[in-house]
Design a protein around this ligand. Sequence first.
Ligand SMILES: Nc1ncnc2c1ncn2[C@@H]1O[C@H](COP(=O)(O)OP(=O)(O)OP(=O)(O)O)[C@@H](O)[C@H]1O
Length: 249
Amino acid sequence: MCCWARGGGSRRRCCRWAGRDVAARAKILENFCKFLRRNLEVLSVEGLAVARGGIAVLEGVTFRLAAGRALILRGPNGVGKTTLLRTIAGLQPALEGSVSVPAEAMAYAAHADGLKAALTVEENLRFWAAIHGTREVEQALAGMDLLALRDRRAANLSAGQKRRLGLARLLVTGRAVWLLDEPTVSLDAASVALFAGVVRGHLAGGGAVLAATHIDLGLAEAEVLDLSPFRAKAPAAGGRRGDFDEAFA
Ligand SMILES: Nc1ncnc2c1ncn2[C@@H]1O[C@H](COP(=O)(O)OP(=O)(O)OP(=O)(O)O)[C@@H](O)[C@H]1O
């Protein structure tokens, strides 16, 4: 497979490739594509400083996220996890630094479920699918175990069911980079495991996930970034209450 890239062993490698059956070659190519996807950077955050309510909370935040990878943001209450996600999502301006991801590549699941109470479960998903120009509603219903609830109004769902619907929304966005703020709040153990499977499917498809959470998402393969070392040193000095501040709490 790499015969054009390597001089000495090229003939032997070509023979190995030629000697494989179609299924084995397909597997090699699949693994190679996975390798490429996993090393493709989808989100880059460089020297980011963020503020909330006019007060600087984090500074110098720098990380990269490749396709197929999940990164968990950790840190004590109030350290700035939500503020960082909001800034990356473009809901508020950064004090300094840069975020290199197009807005249309991101889907943000905030604390609020963002549901339309008067619409049914299925209508909620169809609404969002229409906004994003996708047709993945059945897959999203099945993915978050909502098929039996499809005709129930969102107002009449339990807290955990609402959260499952809020997370199913991610599946109809067709967007690659999921920004998740405490995604598994209100979920029981079975639903947490279900969501972990959904996330793994998204990663396997070349997506990426950035999640702030105190709860174990069941994603042992995820990397972790502790935000404590990035606390702003002079919190009172930075920032200014902006128009965006609480527009999308
Ligand atoms: N509406 C607001 N106005 C002013 N300050 C706020 C507002 N919301 C949050 N803050 C402050 O901003 C800082 C960062 O809050 P943020 O919600 O980003 O923290 P967090 O790490 O997500 O916390 P948690 O783990 O409790 O969810 C905190 O000190 C908080 O008190």
